[in-house]
Design a binder for this molecule. Structure first.
Ligand code: BTN
Length: 244
């Protein structure tokens, strides 16, 4: 991962660019930009990507996996970012299932995984990772929810070092996942989860579910005891955690 590397000073979105080149790009290609003019988040939201203060990057992967396993790649990316922040910044972040990285109850990193697939196989996935590293201001409407490593630790962080560490960890956990399966990374997802053990609300395609997050099962799904006293597992959805 990262052997093929494209660096842009300004781009609309590294995920857009990655999707354009993915079919012809080698497995593990990464695209990094200093600034994005239309950074994208999950569920059609926008992602603020100011110049030079964050890590805005996308990784192209071509694993031999089923489409429903793509969620696990998002989880692999999330634990890799958490481990890298521990190594380089020395603070412990948590993961709001499946893929928001939270520090002091605010979001420091988001992950947007997009995929091209057939019925039973992935053609490629693009994992977009946005880390607010040295950003020192957020618009009013984001202030309660978003933060940066700099705002939380009061020290400027070397973006190159952090990027290097994210890619090293990604390589490590991605290969471990491919060889040993989700069971190998599941304990880390559980240990770092800020969702498990809390009351949550999830918006899914089938509607809103309220309940208590019990664990992450061996497929990576979130197990929830609903307020109607039914145990269900959720493969994807937008989770809000009470108190966050
Ligand atoms: C989210 O939390 O909603 C996901 C945010 C993902 C942002 C990253 S920044 C690099 C890549 N390019 C994009 O346009 N989005 C992702």
């Amino acid at each position: 991962i990262g052997k093929y590397y494209i660096h842009k000073s300004i781009i609309d979105s590294t995920n857009n660019f990655a999707k354009e080149i993915a079919s012809n790009a080698p497995d593990g290609t990464i695209i990094i930009a200093e600034e994005q003019t239309s950074g994208r988040g999950r569920l059609g939201r926008s992602w603020l990507s100011q110049k030079g203060c964050g890590i805005w990057m996308s990784v192209i992967l071509k694993p031999d996996l089923q489409p429903q396993q793509a969620i696990n790649l998002t989880q692999v990316a999330a634990i890799s970012v958490v481990k890298a922040i521990e190594e380089i910044v020395n603070v412990e972040c948590k993961i709001k299932w499946p893929n928001d990285i939270i520090l002091n109850n605010k979001k420091v990193c988001g992950i947007l995984t997009e995929m091209s697939s057939e019925i039973d196989k992935i053609n490629y996935v693009v994992i977009g990772i946005g880390v607010n590293v040295n950003c020192d201001n957020f618009p009013e409407e984001l202030k309660g929810k978003a933060t940066s490593l700099y705002l939380e630790t009061h020290s400027k962080i070397d973006r190159k070092k952090l990027t290097g560490s994210i890619l090293n960890n990604l390589e490590l956990y991605y290969n471990a996942y491919l060889q040993k399966g989700f069971d190998y990374i599941r304990p880390i997802c559980i240990e770092k989860s800020i969702t498990i053990g809390r009351q949550i609300k999830v918006i899914t395609n089938e509607g809103e579910i309220q309940g208590y997050a019990v664990t992450i099962d061996n497929t990576g799904s979130l197990v929830v005891d609903t307020k109607e006293a039914k145990r269900i597992s959720i493969m994807s959805g937008d989770v809000s955690v009470r108190g966050l």
